[in-house]
Write a protein that binds this ligand. Structure first.
Ligand SMILES: *[C@@H]1O[C@H](CO)[C@@H](O)[C@H](O)[C@H]1NC(C)=O
Length: 410
């Protein structure tokens, strides 16, 4: 990230000259004076709005059942089984209630400055092919969420989380659980470019989107180890073309250099290759590192093992953000006496440390975005290891995220 005071001055001038196209700020309006960057002293501290625009049943079980989708594994199969109109009505109710303006105010009141919004390409309904099953009508609610976030001064990372054809096999986050990932074709890349161009235009022309400063070109694509030709093709073709299509659209819109979007790629640590290898330029490139110690089998799954792995870890420079992480631990130990949270509070102090240690490590880089803000009914109980809001309620995550910087968990 480029958080210099010189940049802020240049931005203030750019923003002032664009101001006439925007409504004047109300008294409660906390929108930033610099369009694309947080103040130089800040780290990104945020939460994902997971399961808002792409529901993952594993983390939203009650919600999913109440929508009548209980027997479906993903959005696609729910839409197919309910039928388009009934599904759209069920999803509309979900969008109205899962994240409300009060949630965003609560996020801000907890000392967080950023939200990452996972969306599927299908939020632009023009890009959906016949024979594909996705809910319709989400865009109106995305506009509300983004508009409310902008008004509160929250920085927004817009994340293409579900790509056309599905970019990873067997995953609910793609919106369509497939055996074989279908994203890696010229036709599906083209649909994704169109999504990125459309979103770029929306960001630069719709005042609700004023605080969208980062556009992520695709979330969690395949790993080179499992799908070598697809991963290599993406790094060689999709990644640079996505960059060029976004920048070309910005050029058509006469967006000043300092007002351009950060374009975000999964970091090299994700395992699809070096994301910047073929980019025409890396000015305002960001990298997204998903760091789940839970799934790192090289980490010793004991209380001390986790803390020592975290405290010696280093995730990259200020252009790298840990865009997903949690305070969940390895599946095979999560209900052991050392880690249980279901029947005991005995481990609460350790979980506070587990949270704080990760924050410390991730703030050596550009910052962090927790997965996720809200969830319900994981494994039949209030599983706050994945849910920021519930973890604050449980007293594990402090009410002021910035206060963690003065702790010494390592
Ligand atoms: C905030 O969200 C509400 C609906 O949830 C909407 O009516 C309102 O227009 C939004 N505000 C902005 C500035 O987008």
């Amino acid at each position: 990230m480029r958080f210099s005071s010189q940049t802020s001055v240049a931005l203030a001038i750019t923003v002032a000259s664009l101001a006439e196209s925007r409504p004047s700020p109300s008294s409660t309006d906390a929108r930033r004076t610099g369009r694309r960057w947080l103040p130089s002293a800040d780290k990104i501290r945020g939460v994902n709005l997971g399961s808002s625009f792409i529901i993952e049943p594993w983390m939203a079980g009650d919600e999913w059942s109440s929508m009548g989708c209980g027997s479906s594994n993903d959005e696609w199969s729910c839409v197919q089984s309910l039928g388009q109109d009934a599904a759209d009505a069920a999803f509309q109710k979900h969008w109205q209630t899962w994240i409300t303006p009060d949630d965003l105010k609560e996020i801000q009141s907890y000392g967080l400055n950023t939200i990452r919004i996972p969306v599927g390409f299908w939020i632009n309904e023009d890009l959906v092919n016949s024979g594909e099953y996705y809910p319709k009508g989400g865009l109106e609610y995305l506009d509300y969420v983004v508009g409310n976030a902008t008004q509160l001064g929250l920085y927004v990372i817009m994340d293409l989380h579900g790509g056309p054809g599905s970019q990873f096999p067997g995953q609910q986050y793609t919106g369509h659980v497939v055996d074989s990932p279908g994203f890696y074709t010229a036709d599906n890349y083209e649909r994704a470019y169109k999504f990125l161009e459309w979103m770029t235009e929306r960001v630069h022309t719709n005042s609700a989107y004023f605080n969208v400063g980062t556009l992520q070109v695709i979330n969690e694509p395949v790993h080179s180890g499992d799908y070598p030709s697809q991963a290599a093709d993406m790094v060689a073709n999709y990644y640079p073309n996505a960059w060029t299509r976004i920048r070309n659209r910005e050029a058509q819109l006469n967006v000043a250099d300092n007002n351009k979007l950060h374009i975000q790629y999964m970091a090299q640590a994700w395992g699809s290759g070096n994301p910047s290898q073929n980019l025409p330029d890396t000015t305002f490139a960001f990298y997204d590192d998903h760091r789940y110690y839970k799934w790192d089998t090289s980490v010793t799954a004991t209380q001390d093992g986790y803390i020592s792995a975290i405290c010696s870890d280093n995730r990259g420079g200020s252009d790298t953000i840990v865009g997903e992480w949690s305070i969940s631990v390895a599946d095979d130990v999560q209900y052991n006496s050392e880690f249980d949270i279901k029947n005991t509070d005995a481990n609460n102090d350790w979980y506070k440390k587990f949270f704080a240690a990760q924050v410390h490590t991730f703030e050596k880089s550009g910052g962090w975005v927790f997965w996720s803000w809200k969830c319900n009914w994981i494994a039949g109980f209030n599983e706050w290891r994945w849910c920021y809001k519930s973890a604050v309620d449980a007293g594990i995550i402090p009410k002021d995220a910035a206060s963690v910087a003065s702790q010494s968990p390592c």
